[in-house]
Design a protein around this ligand. Structure first.
Ligand SMILES: [Zn+2]
Ligand SMILES: [Zn+2]
Length: 127
């Protein structure tokens, strides 16, 4: 797998699109690792089709240092969101990652942001 930094030095969009395609295919067919989440606290009545979830997750992600370089998360936000939601519906809730096993992987961070957003949106409104 090509490390993120190498790609950033060269020219941009085409390479990044290709890299996203690789990350997406590996994620679907031969993931490098799985991130395990808990569904505890996520309301079953939450509407995963609500575009506000993805928007809020992306806003949260953009506050992280690891999101500064443009990459697979930006290109395929909807794809990663769908992968996460599919895993949420499965009994084990392990989310595949076809990018890398780095603890600071942007895709891993984005999954964490989606998870946090779903928890926040499930919490009883106090206001
Ligand atoms: Zn990080
Ligand atoms: Zn990665």
């Amino acid at each position: 797998m090509i490390p993120h930094a190498d790609v950033m030095d060269k020219d941009p969009t085409v390479l990044l699109q290709m890299l996203f395609q690789v990350h997406a295919q590996v994620t679907l067919h031969n993931p490098l690792c799985m991130h395990e989440f808990s569904a505890v606290g996520i309301s079953s009545s939450i509407d995963l089709k609500n575009p506000k979830i993805l928007e809020a997750a992306m806003l949260l992600y953009k506050t992280l240092p690891c999101s500064k370089s443009y990459g697979s998360v930006d290109i395929g936000a909807q794809f990663w969101f769908t992968v996460f939601c599919d895993a949420l519906k499965s009994p084990t809730f392990k989310v595949p990652n076809g990018c890398c096993t780095n603890g600071h992987c942007p895709i891993k961070h984005f999954y964490e942001c989606i998870h946090k957003t779903l928890l926040d949106m499930s919490a009883p409104q106090t206001a």
